[in-house]
Design a protein around this ligand. Structure first.
Ligand code: MOS
Length: 765
């Protein structure tokens, strides 16, 4: 039932980019041929299982491993009493971004300290998984418990402002928003809460590690193989060049496989200790205990407006949590600097520090929950004003970035709303809450804006054109389900003017040129820029071979003219010229190769400096982002409070669409994840102990098929002039605005405002 609108492509690219091509790895994945990190066969492989602390803050006083060691097949029970030393977490420096990837500062099994409820305190290695799990349950740890701060709600009043850094900002102001709010003829001043969320990728975190002397091979479902390599090299004090991290397939990640979590480190440690290849896949519960999740939040959104709807005041403040042992600020108010042309603006992010595992990235960290509060508040203001919520947004649509007057690189929210309203049938909506029914169901329609910043990272790439006309693109980027290899093959095909089928892409391996991480919705654009540049180098070399040859029909022609013939491309099927194969054959060349970026030590530093300076320069000149309009229809049972989302439509401004099939899948996946946030997902933490109480998929509710309506995804498909090929990432923008659109639709159906996620039926009765 999903519809993909596939408009004609814009003039930035050739015939392959834009086509909804099937994934190159689709058959391998659906037939089981694709190998994931826990599926690599090693002779003599051993299995590991973690022992998690069940106290919050403590010192370990004793560990009794006798019963565990006696289990048949157990090879080792490793605790802080017998583990070899590892280096403490590496200090962060911005020249080497891999230093950001330490999941926490805890030196696992090198300390008797427990910092959160669930911290791994031992790892058991055995001949079989069953033996490892049985023995892990028999490890008896005694603790001296220490006072701990774990209750987010109780700590919230003591939150402190986030500090601004080079790449993130804790707060900003324009004018005097509080005074403007007080003076506004119409205003709302609202408090919202969102719970913690945990990662539930289809593939739980898994590691297979095999040492050979000081050389190490690691199969790890990672979003950044180079970061895993560098972190492990640091921890185990071996040269990074001796470590190979392999991750051609990742079974979903969503930010949860960006940092290096204890399961990875302790599998590598277990392999070191036992001298055997070791495999460990976290249990579903283990993911909750040993991998960070999304912070809970409380948010204040206050809006003031004139009677005509012009916003005079916009205030958005937030409180989130970090762990005492790690975690980062979440950009909860990020979108509130960009979406509305308010005269006075105040945004400020605050945080509390708890004795909990580090919070970590989860799809649109910040904006996913920040757009909930902002966009629900805008809907409330619209009702106060008696103005249609889309019309209110259009009256406050800025021409320039509201807070500082910077230009938008791309901004088409007006078009997105206009298209969406028409396609969704917004004009059928009667504004009065509770006024629309379908039989006994109350029907509601709601909208909200989607917004996510656009990132571009450093990507080293090589491209080889072989004498048989085939093309090999190599880059250590990542495939966690988004279709990255397919998109890059499309891009290379057009950049060289060859058929899609003749391009092969290698990725997900540290032996390849270092790619970007799969994060920040930035991977496709980052790799695309380097693929295009490398293909241009290849093409220039090949064409020079032809124009310099007396036997070529292209002899004596100017390169620029050749390349200008067909929208900047030279095509091998161009009857006016000759094929690449013919050119290479005559020249006696096996291949023509080109590289962008370098993996020497100096090359790495130059690459990072280039990334940082481009980022800072871009940031001064432009505001770059993906955006969109989310349309939701719900049906609410008036007796039980049950909410069914019955229709969804999103229109997105994501620049050039490289592959309408994979891009739609990304956006749809984001929307589904947003439905989970709106209606079900909630990490329940015991406020006395900090222990997660629902660390399983039966008590933590993610959307299932029956919860998801037909989702229509549409694009404006206009290139962003400041991005490679005009493309803006699609990985995260889909989730943003979703929870607000649901909440707004629920209000339209029922007249009830639910400002505390998730919107469970008890809150509607
Ligand atoms: Mo992400 S949350 O940038 O994987």
């Amino acid at each position: 039932m999903t519809q993909v609108e596939n408009r004609p492509r814009t003039g930035t690219s050739g015939p392959v980019v834009g086509r909804p091509i099937d994934r190159v790895d689709g058959v391998a994945k659906t037939t089981g041929a694709a190998r994931y990190s826990a599926e690599y066969p090693y002779a003599d492989i051993a299995h590991a299982a973690l022992v998690h602390a069940n106290v919050t803050r403590a010192r370990i006083t004793a560990v009794d491993t006798a019963a565990a060691s006696a289990v048949r097949g157990v090879l080792a029970v490793i605790t802080h009493l017998n583990a070899p030393p590892m280096k403490p977490a590496r200090p962060v420096n911005l020249v080497n971004l891999s230093t950001l990837a330490s999941g926490s500062s805890v030196n696992y099994l090198n300390t008797d300290e427990v910092h959160w409820n669930g911290q791994p305190v031992a790892v058991v290695v055995a001949e079989t998984l069953d033996a490892a799990e049985e023995a892990a349950a028999l490890v008896a740890v005694s603790y001296e418990e220490l006072p701990a701060t774990v209750d987010f709600g109780a700590q919230e009043p003591h939150a402190t402002p986030q500090k601004s850094t080079a790449i993130s900002s804790g707060g900003a102001t324009k004018g005097d928003a509080e005074a403007a709010l007080a003076a506004a003829p119409v205003s709302v001043d609202l408090r919202f809460t969102t719970p913690g969320h945990h990662h539930n990728a289809l593939e739980p975190h898994a590691t297979t590690a095999a040492w050979d002397g000081d050389r190490l091979v690691v199969h790890e479902g990672a979003q950044n193989v180079a970061w895993v390599r560098d972190q492990l090299a640091w921890k185990f004090d071996v040269p990074p060049a001796g470590i190979r991290v392999i991750a051609p397939y990742v079974g979903g990640a969503f930010g949860g496989k960006t940092m290096i979590w204890p399961g990875t480190i302790l599998t590598v440690l277990a392999a070191r200790v036992t001298g055997r290849p070791v495999r460990m896949m976290l249990t579903r519960e283990g993911v909750y205990r040993a991998v960070g999740g999304r912070t809970p939040s409380t948010q204040r959104v206050a809006l003031g407006a004139d009677a005509d709807g012009s916003m005079t005041a916009l205030i958005h403040t937030s409180v989130t949590q970090i762990g005492r042992v790690g975690g980062g600020p979440e950009q909860v108010t990020s979108q509130s600097r960009h979406l509305y042309d308010a005269e006075n603006i105040l945004v400020q992010q605050n945080q509390v520090t708890l004795d909990a595992l580090s919070n970590t990235a989860m799809r649109a960290p910040g904006e996913s929950i920040g757009t909930f509060a902002l966009e629900a508040a805008v809907d409330e203001l619209a009702y106060e004003l008696g103005i249609d919520p889309i019309e209110l947004r259009m009256r406050n649509e800025p021409a320039r970035n509201p807070i500082d007057g910077k230009r938008f690189a791309h901004r088409a929210l007006r078009e997105a709303y206009a298209r969406g309203a028409e396609l969704f049938g917004w004009s059928d909506r009667t504004p009065q809450p509770g006024s629309m029914r379908d039989g006994r169901w109350l029907v509601g329609m709601g909208v909200a804006s989607a917004y996510h910043p656009s990132w571009q990272f450093q990507a080293n790439v090589t491209v080889r054109l072989a004498a048989d006309g085939t093309v090999l693109v190599r880059c250590g980027f990542h495939e966690m389900g988004m279709g990255g290899a397919t998109a890059q093959a499309q891009i290379a095909a057009d950049a060289l003017g060859v058929p899609f089928e003749s391009v092969r892409v290698e990725y997900g391996d540290t032996t390849l040129p270092t790619g970007p991480g799969a994060g920040g919705s930035g991977q496709t654009a980052s790799v695309a820029a380097s693929v295009v540049a490398a293909c241009e180098k290849v093409q220039r070399t090949v064409l020079a071979l032809a124009t310099g040859s007396k036997d070529s029909p292209l002899r004596g022609q100017r390169l620029a003219d050749l390349r200008a013939r067909d929208g900047g491309l030279y095509r091998t099927d161009d009857t006016r010229g000759e094929s690449y194969a013919a050119i290479l054959g005559r020249a006696g060349r096996v291949s023509v190769d080109a590289a962008v970026g370098s993996d020497t030590r100096l090359g790495g530093i130059v690459g990072q400096m280039r990334f940082l300076s481009k980022f800072l320069l871009d940031n001064r000149r432009w505001v770059k982002a993906a955006s969109g309009a989310q349309f939701c229809e719900v049906r609410v049972d008036p007796d039980t409070g049950e909410v069914r989302v019955s229709r969804w439509l999103g229109v997105f401004d994501v620049g050039t669409v490289i592959n309408a099939k994979t891009a739609s899948s990304q956006l749809r996946g984001g929307i589904v994840m947003g439905l989970g946030m709106a209606l079900g997902e909630e990490t329940l933490v015991d406020p006395r102990t900090g222990r997660i109480m629902n660390a399983n998929l039966s008590d933590y509710h993610v959307p299932v098929h029956a919860d998801v309506p037909p989702i229509e995804v549409h694009y404006l498909d206009e290139p962003d002039p400041t991005m490679p090929l005009g493309l803006i990432g699609v990985g995260e923008v889909g989730i943003t605005g979703v929870a607000a659109a649901v909440a707004n639709a629920v209000h339209h159906a029922t007249g009830r405002r639910v400002r505390d996620l998730p919107i469970t039926l008890d809150k509607l009765l």
